[in-house]
Ligand binder design. Structure first.
Ligand SMILES: [Zn+2]
Length: 503
């Protein structure tokens, strides 16, 4: 028979639509024609497949070979289709039996030697197709992430020859056990390592419990980055669905690691990062930093140094948890439900308020510096906290270090407060929409009076009022209180402030 059909998958956003690779042999001038791939990719794929087949001692057909990848309008990277194209050629020329092909999906890039190289997106490929009942033949290096999907059959293959030996029945590939590994421990950083800073740690705990965005303001060396890096260590454990979503994004970026399974991501892009690096994009759109931070933490240090236009792009995902990336006529959506933590110096020199009194900045300089982060983005930050210079006593005190609470202890409280929110409203307090805030944030008359007072004195804007109320709700959840009380509201109002006096 001179036609063969092999199943594979392309990548589009976080899904992996079906692609069928059809190989036809016909009379006419010998040559390989590929339909459905971009021109440059065709040449590369053709060269790799030809070399791999010849190196594996297979016969390359001296006939006209037409390979068509359907549907035609999907974006396709050539590499992943090397293996299905090679298998299709072998089956169409009778060098492999065709009978069993329908039971499998194939993906893998071929080295010239016939070895199979890793592809990105193996996990979303298997997730998209797990109900089809086909087994997945994948490069060994990509099989581990695919095997995280329950009830999928994943066959890891080192080389093209190993795949052929499997299909002829000569040497069946043993399936990889598809069992999600036990949750890895968090990244090893512990809040107990950070000396002093009780207010900042308290704010971090509240942010962790309610999913609130947080801005840390302090001089260099006060531990802002150390604190932010330890936020994942106190966040509630990931559900399996959350873990699969986060792993899918990492897989699409070619960055998945099994030892990061169920570890909430922490991403800290540099302020020189481009818009594409931050939000994603490119010819075949890939997820950016904000999607790699999905269900984890996005840390933006030196906030005033960031390009305002780049920060503006964060507004959409901060509200919706999704980012849309456009490229030509095609749009891809990537999940981006991250928790924003930002840090900044209090003034251009960094030392405002430091006991040494070494800050020479004028009020005007400070205003202009802070102006850079005011507006759209600052409006979306739930909590702001000062991280003051640590006094010498705290730095040298060993007892302080010994008494500091561990991340594990804090995490237990955070997880309990998180569970209360899910039970009450099915989401974190930070994700409550305006109408839900009123419904779920029941408060005492005194708490309401405090909030209304802050609103009337313009300590709070209208938007800030709702943010403060949600933070107060989280503080109440940490205290296992059903109703927001005055001291919860007062503490929450303390985390709201205008960056620029009178603004
Ligand atoms: Zn200064």
């Amino acid at each position: 028979m001179s036609v063969a059909i092999v199943h594979s998958r392309a990548l589009a956003g976080v899904t992996a639509p079906r692609v069928s690779v059809e190989v036809h042999l016909a009379g006419g001038l010998p040559g390989v024609h590929v339909v459905g791939l971009a021109e440059t990719e065709v040449r590369e794929a053709r060269d790799r497949v030809r070399a791999a087949l010849q190196n594996a001692q297979f016969e390359f057909p001296a006939r006209k070979v037409t390979v068509s990848l359907a549907p035609a309008d999907l974006p396709k990277e050539s590499g992943r289709f090397d293996l299905p194209i090679a298998i299709g050629i072998l089956a169409a020329t009778g060098q492999l039996p065709q009978g069993e092909l329908d039971r499998y999906e194939f993906a893998g890039e071929l080295a010239l030697t016939g070895e199979l190289r890793a592809i990105r997106g193996a996990l979303p490929m298997v997730l998209s197709a797990r109900h089809d009942g086909r087994a997945f033949v994948l490069p060994q290096a990509s099989a581990g992430e695919a095997a995280l999907v329950r009830n999928a059959t994943v066959l890891p293959a080192p080389t093209l020859l190993a795949v052929c030996a499997h299909l002829t029945g000569a040497a069946p590939l043993p399936p990889l056990a598809t069992d999600a590994p036990a949750a890895s421990p968090v990244n090893g950083l512990d809040l107990a390592d950070v000396r002093g800073q009780p207010q900042a740690k308290r704010a971090l705990q509240i942010a962790a419990a309610g999913g609130h965005s947080l801005l840390l303001i302090g001089s260099p060396g006060t531990g802002k980055s150390m604190l932010a890096q330890r936020l994942p260590s106190i966040l509630p454990p990931m559900s399996e669905d959350e873990a699969l979503e986060a792993a899918t994004v990492a897989s699409l970026a070619g960055q998945f690691r099994t030892d990061r399974w169920r570890v909430r991501p922490f991403r800290a892009p540099h302020h020189t990062a481009s818009g594409v690096a931050l939000v994603g994009g490119g010819g075949l759109p890939r997820p950016g930093e904000i999607s790699l931070a999905h269900h984890g933490v996005l840390f933006l240090d030196e906030l005033p140094e960031w390009d305002r236009r780049v920060l503006e792009v964060l507004r959409e995902p901060l509200e919706s948890g999704v980012i849309h990336v456009s490229r030509a006529a095609r749009q891809s959506a990537f999940p981006a439900q991250f928790q924003l933590v930002a840090a900044m110096n209090p003034c251009p020199c960094g030392w405002q308020g430091h006991p040494s009194g070494r800050c020479p900045c004028t009020p005007d300089q400070v205003r202009r510096y802070r102006w850079r982060v005011s507006g759209a983005l600052y409006d979306r930050i739930d909590m702001t906290v000062d991280v003051p210079a640590i006094d010498a006593e705290a730095m040298t005190s060993r007892t302080q270090l010994a008494e500091a609470e561990t991340s594990a202890a804090i995490r237990a409280r955070v997880a309990a407060a998180h569970a209360r929110q899910l039970e009450r409203q099915g989401r974190t307090n930070a994700r409550l929409g305006a109408p839900d805030v009123e419904r779920h944030c029941e408060r005492t008359r005194e708490a309401e009076r405090l909030l209304a007072h802050a609103l009337s004195r313009q300590t709070l804007s209208a938007r800030g009022y709702h943010r403060a109320l949600k933070v107060a709700r989280t503080i109440a959840d940490l205290a296992e209180a059903d109703v927001v009380e005055a001291d919860h509201a007062a503490e929450a109002i303390g985390y709201r402030r205008e960056l620029i006096a009178g603004h």
